[in-house]
Design a protein around this ligand. Structure first.
Ligand SMILES: [Zn+2]
Ligand SMILES: [Zn+2]
Length: 345
């Protein structure tokens, strides 16, 4: 099959013909219909992700059609499915208690094994997958396995956002924009933060109530002014210390910070303003992925038209276009994300 492979960090992905994936007993092989290009991929491409080494095929935001099914698979050939980026085992304590996104035996294609920047991807533990709804295009569905599910879980299941609350979103890339759209749909008021004016305008057009340019380093103060005392919930969607501290510092007393951005760097250790946490009695949540059993709640909302996620995808690209997208993430990027929909160009 045709695939884009990391051969050297920070260099163009190598477009190669590689062996087709072997079908796992507990899962399927998908013919990939679409795969999102995510900032987490950039961490892998640049060598900052501990589990991604040269030889890896990236791609964790995918959907596709089953072309082969293992003897223990739940799905059959021809089924069109969306995959979450975390494939949980289904039988451990974490899985059985409903927190399958923390499964110690989880598999994550694109990180711990070969991903979907390729014509085909092997997907073990296919009970984590869900059927692609008829009215959802593959290019939009591709983002649902990562950015949208992550935001949905963070806002609902971690921070328990309530209608009327102020939600601050630091970073309006894929996850940030998804969080802003979902928080609005949940009845919250949203203030978005970025350093790219175009991205702020884009978010305002899509319904954000306020926007703050963080370029001057005073984002927290500006948010406290706009919200008259601080946000109730703040989503950090970048994974760096500056935005994490802005997120903590923009909160009202008793506010909830959610760490959604994957902390970058070899150790991912950050210097955090713990005085703000202490003085304001804040809660800090970590949030990664979403347990697969939460998919119906999200898909139902999308299918009923209660939230329109189409503005999240800015462009469709070919497989060979992924390198340029990754390189662009070295700096601030324009609004919307890229989705690979053509695996032969
Ligand atoms: Zn992602
Ligand atoms: Zn498990």
């Amino acid at each position: 099959m045709r695939a884009a492979v990391i051969r050297e960090f920070n260099q163009d992905l190598s477009i190669e013909t590689v062996e087709d994936p072997i079908c796992p007993d507990t899962g399927v092989v998908l013919k990939v219909s679409a795969c999102g290009v995510c900032r987490s991929d950039h961490h892998g491409w640049s060598g900052e992700h501990p589990r991604i080494k040269p030889g890896r095929i990236l791609g964790h935001e995918y959907c596709g059609e089953v072309v082969e099914a293992g003897p223990l698979a739940k799905y059959k050939v021809g089924d069109k499915l969306i995959a979450p980026f975390i494939l949980a085992c289904g039988s451990c304590h974490a899985c059985q208690s409903g927190a399958s996104n923390t499964c110690p035996d989880q598999v994550a294609p694109g990180f711990s094994c070969q991903g979907a920047y390729a014509e085909y991807v092997a997907v073990p533990f296919d009970h984590n997958l869900v059927p692609l709804p008829d009215n959802l295009s593959p290019k939009l569905a591709a983002g649902l396995g990562c950015r949208v599910t992550t935001s949905w879980h963070a806002l609902n299941d971690r921070a328990a956002v309530r209608a009327g609350e102020w939600v601050a979103v630091h970073g309006t890339g894929g996850i940030g924009l998804a969080a802003a759209l979902l928080a609005k749909a949940m009845g919250a008021k949203v203030v978005v933060v970025d350093i790219v004016p175009e991205k702020l305008e884009h978010a305002l057009k899509l319904g954000a109530d306020a926007a703050v340019n963080a370029a001057d380093g005073r984002a927290a103060e500006a948010i406290r002014e706009i919200t008259k005392g601080g946000a109730n919930v703040s989503v950090e969607a970048l994974g760096i210390a500056a935005t994490t501290n802005a997120s903590i510092e923009c909160l009202a007393p008793l506010g909830r910070h959610i760490q959604v951005g994957m902390p970058i760097g070899k150790t991912a250790v950050m210097e955090i303003n713990m005085n703000a946490v202490y003085m304001k009695n804040l809660a800090l949540f970590g949030s990664r992925g979403m347990p697969a059993w939460r998919y119906p709640s999200l898909l139902d909302m999308i299918e009923r038209g209660q939230v329109d996620l189409t503005p999240m995808v800015a462009r469709e690209i070919g497989l060979s276009g992924a390198s340029a997208e990754l390189k662009a993430m070295d700096g601030p990027t324009p609004p919307g994300t890229a989705v690979i929909t053509d695996f032969l160009s």
